[in-house]
Write a protein that binds this ligand. Structure first.
Ligand code: FAD
Length: 422
């Protein structure tokens, strides 16, 4: 198998128009993957012709990506881009010791520990490595990085480390369902590939909760963004940016946009940030003159044509509604786990859809119904022997990078016990 850590990412030039959802997807992916890129904003048809060689700014071939080797890709999909970067691989083995779904901090950590222990390990990620952490502009409370580190850099370092130990990383692949013939698990990927493994680890984290507003889909990537949008900050020069959410991810996003944007408004449902935000971020936000807090406020409407032009904010107590012009709305309002596959195979979830593991599965001091073994489930084992969960997707997990990394490492210890026992 080729050493996947040796692929050096090139500088990619992306040309397109602002408000293009496809261009945003590409920028976001490259930013989270720590791949340097240059964004060229095409404002006029003349520019589109001279820079990008297309007829006009609305040309369907946009966005165009140019690579240093001269390759030109017109409106590429993420998978095509990943292939071009040399990161797209077919599963190399018919069977693995451990299949890990999700390459956020939990999955990456499990991959490093599993492969360094000699387990034949595959790591399956539907998008970019790093998960939520990869979208953070600066993680400041992760042990060992006193100046902080960007989530993308942390993730890229972890990816490289995993690859050095021989982990097979399958990007742009999404696990969709699973089945369990005796002694193994088979994961089916969205593209039809199948991954057979003796043990598996679900580290699929959470996905941002949606605003559920009319017309939301229309503006996705074209003014409305789920996540901290770290790739977008340089594009918001002299603009008014709105960030929805009162947690650390929203606070970090506000601090990241503040040096670029004219004004940054945090839209928060509660009446203060004290219960949801780390004190160090509260102090910084209040000390940054162009950041304001709009507490007890919700986004209740989106307006625009092809691109977001305005939002409606409503005060929760007074009901007063205001229309405010903006092209930039970033939503960081916590997440929900995507674990429908688990309920389809009878794996126990809690009411929120989080996977229940270990002692939390016990009914009094009895093993869960349908549990087939004499022993109780291991600490991070789900109600299906040999299927483990780590990180934010797990019931009762602490939603932090370090905890996810710790759980990923710990899960591997239980994977060993499981494999040795049977
Ligand atoms: C903007 C932001 C800033 C943050 N800042 C901090 C901070 O400063 N300090 C801190 O401690 N914590 C921070 N957090 C929280 C921290 O990032 C999370 O707790 C941590 O990333 C959880 O890791 P995880 O591996 O469990 O899940 P995730 O990071 O959510 O990763 C899950 C991965 O699984 C993938 N996936 C999902 N479904 C599938 C599937 N079916 N098939 C394949 N892959 C799949 C996803 O694409 C994703 O890459 C921040 C979070 C955000 C969003």
């Amino acid at each position: 198998m080729p050493d996947q850590s040796e692929v050096t990412p090139p500088l990619v030039k992306i040309m397109g128009r602002l408000g293009s959802a496809k261009a945003y997807l590409i920028r976001d992916f490259l930013q989270r993957s720590d791949v340097p890129f240059e964004w060229i904003h095409l404002e006029t048809d003349e520019q589109a012709q001279s820079c990008a060689g297309v007829a006009h700014c609305q040309d369907l071939r946009l966005p165009i990506c140019l690579f240093p080797d001269g390759t030109r890709m017109e409106c590429p999909s993420l998978r095509q881009l990943i292939k071009k970067l040399g990161w797209f691989h077919k599963p190399a083995h018919a069977e693995y010791d451990l299949a890990i779904y999700g390459a956020g901090p939990a999955g990456l950590s499990a991959a490093v520990y599993a492969a360094s222990d000699g387990l034949k390990t595959v790591l399956i990620e539907r998008s970019a490595v790093g998960g939520q952490a990869g979208s953070s502009s600066k993680i400041e409370n992760y042990l060992g990085f006193p100046e902080g580190i960007s989530g993308a850099e942390l993730a890229e370092r972890a990816r490289e480390q995993a690859c050095r130990f021989g982990v097979e990383v399958l990007l742009a692949r999404e696990g969709v369902c699973t089945e369990f013939p005796p002694g193994k698990g088979i994961g089916y990927l969205a593209d039809g590939a199948r991954i057979v493994a003796r043990a598996s680890l679900c580290a699929t984290g959470v996905e941002y909760r949606r605003l559920d507003l009319p017309d939301e889909k229309r503006f996705l990537g074209a003014g409305l963004y789920y996540g901290a949008g770290s790739s977008e900050a340089p594009l918001t020069k002299d603009e008014h940016v709105y960030i929805v959410g009162g947690g650390n991810s929203a606070g970090q996003a506000a601090m990241h946009f503040a040096p670029f944007a004219r004004r940054v408004s945090m839209v928060v449902r509660d009446d203060s940030l004290r219960s949801t935000l780390s004190q160090y971020l509260i102090d910084r936000l209040y000390a940054t003159p162009n950041v304001e807090m709009l507490t007890q406020t919700e986004v209740t409407g989106l307006e625009g044509d092809e691109r977001l032009q305005a939002i409606i904010l409503t005060h929760r107590e007074t009901g007063e509604a205001r229309k405010l012009d903006t092209h930039w709305l970033f939503v960081c309002i916590g997440g929900v786990p995507q674990t429908q596959w688990a309920s389809e195979v009878g794996i126990v979830r809690d009411q929120g859809g989080y996977l229940v593991t270990g002692p939390d599965l016990l009914l009094g001091d009895r093993s869960p119904t349908d549990w087939p073994l004499d022993r109780d489930p291991y600490f991070l084992e789900t109600s299906r022997p040999g299927v483990f969960a780590a990180g934010d997707v797990r019931h009762g997990s602490v939603k932090r990078c370090a905890s996810a990394v710790g759980e990923g490492a710990m899960a591997v210890a239980f994977v060993h016990r499981y494999l040795e026992s049977g």
